[in-house]
Design a binder for this molecule. Structure first.
Ligand code: 5GP
Ligand code: ZN
Length: 115
């Protein structure tokens, strides 16, 4: 756990959150400012700064995050209608929380890229 990390505090239960899915490797909870009808964040329980660092240092854990994201889509009932996985990394992507997290977005028609 990183002492100053918001998502480490959420995982530890020190900051409240609404759980969607949990297992030994990851924790998933609703985004506080949803950008779609379904907007869930999936975070590895171990602190990693961002998806790039996670991919480099623990790709198996990254695959666990993706597997849990698919499980979240199933639990939320959007696995058949479609959903989006997003990792924001760095300033140009407007990343704000420095603990790797997968956004799972869906439950409505999402804007296409350039369409
Ligand atoms: P980023 O922009 O870093 O990819 O995404 C961070 C996400 O965390 C944002 O979508 C933001 O709404 C969400 N977030 C920030 N603070 C909290 C919080 O205290 N609780 C929850 N559930 N989500 C948060
Ligand atoms: Zn953390």
């Amino acid at each position: 756990m990183s002492a100053d990390c918001l998502f480490c505090k959420i995982i530890a239960g020190e900051v409240p959150s609404t759980e969607v899915y949990s297992d030994d490797s990851v924790y998933a909870f609703r985004d506080i400012n949803p950008q779609a009808r379904v907007h869930v964040l999936v975070v590895p329980r171990a602190h990693h700064e961002d998806a790039e660092e996670l991919a480099t240092t623990d790709p198996v854990l990254l695959s666990e995050v993706l597997r849990a994201g698919a499980e979240v889509a199933r639990v939320e009932g959007i696995d058949r209608s479609g959903f989006r996985f997003v990792f924001n990394t760095g300033d140009d992507a407007c990343r704000t929380v420095f603990h790797a997290h997968l956004h799972v977005l869906g439950g409505e028609q999402l804007a296409g890229f350039g369409r």
